[in-house]
Design a binder for this molecule. Structure first.
Ligand SMILES: [Zn+2]
Length: 242
């Protein structure tokens, strides 16, 4: 049977021409084939006895999806935050331009579309430290009292042993069974609604140390519409790490 010809339906967003990609095949004791994209690499997981021909057929059946995901990844790469003169910063859900300004006083000013970093003989390295300090200050001013306040409201303040602010590689927050709450201060680049959701999430773990239905009901009771915030973070968090 010959394949029916289908007109490409890709008007709207134009995608680049198909490119070659690296593909890794991992055979294991699984029953089905699956494709993942990981760090610009295509990974096919398949049962032990899958032949090369079967793997190739599976890849070509998923060609469109693979190209779409690789394209998305390349777009995300371009959006990675660099603290440099003229670079873009996604602050409070708005893209702003980083402006280095000479001045005796070290400060950061957010002026409409500009994110001004003022300092003496500013370099990219100095500016980076300034932005870090700015976000850490904001996090201690905002997150610490709100997390305690919410814990008090929920009757679990006594369970908090410490609240840490720490930049981690991939996590926004963490709560241990010994009552240590941890927040990634990079979250201060996000809108307040997203920060509030993160505060709520970790504080609610003081009541339920899991991601059970009871836990999510509690989060939702404090922060309604949290699904929306979770989606927003998934979509934009790649723009916050530097
Ligand atoms: Zn959690």
């Amino acid at each position: 049977m010959s394949k029916a010809k289908v007109l490409p339906l890709n008007f709207g967003k134009s995608k680049p021409a198909p490119r070659a990609f690296i593909c890794e095949v991992m055979r294991s004791k699984r029953k089905t084939l699956a494709i993942y994209i990981s760090h610009k690499k295509v990974v096919v997981r398949c049962p032990l006895r899958t032949t090369k021909v079967q793997v190739e057929a599976f890849i070509s059946a998923n060609q469109g999806w693979i190209e779409g995901r690789l394209y998305e990844e390349s777009l995300r790469d371009k959006e990675i935050l660099r603290i440099e003169q003229g670079a873009k910063i996604f602050y409070r859900a708005r893209e702003r331009t980083i402006v280095f300004k000479e001045g005796r006083k070290q400060r950061i000013l957010v002026n409409g579309d500009e994110f001004v970093i003022q300092g003496h003989k500013l370099t990219a390295a100095k500016a980076r430290v300034q932005v870090e300090d700015f976000l850490i200050d904001k996090a201690s001013e905002y997150i610490l009292p709100r997390a305690r306040g919410l814990a008090r409201h929920l009757g679990v303040e006594h369970k908090i042993t410490e609240i840490k602010l720490r930049k981690t590689k991939s996590k926004w927050g963490h709560c241990t069974s010994t009552g240590v709450l941890q927040y990634n201060w990079l979250i201060m680049l996000a809108p307040y609604s997203i920060i509030d959701y993160m505060i709520t999430h970790e504080v609610c773990h003081l009541l339920h140390m899991d991601h059970s239905k009871r836990f999510w009901n509690q989060v939702e009771a404090v922060c309604s519409g949290c699904d929306h915030y979770i989606d927003w973070l998934k979509q934009h968090e790649h723009r916050f790490w530097f």
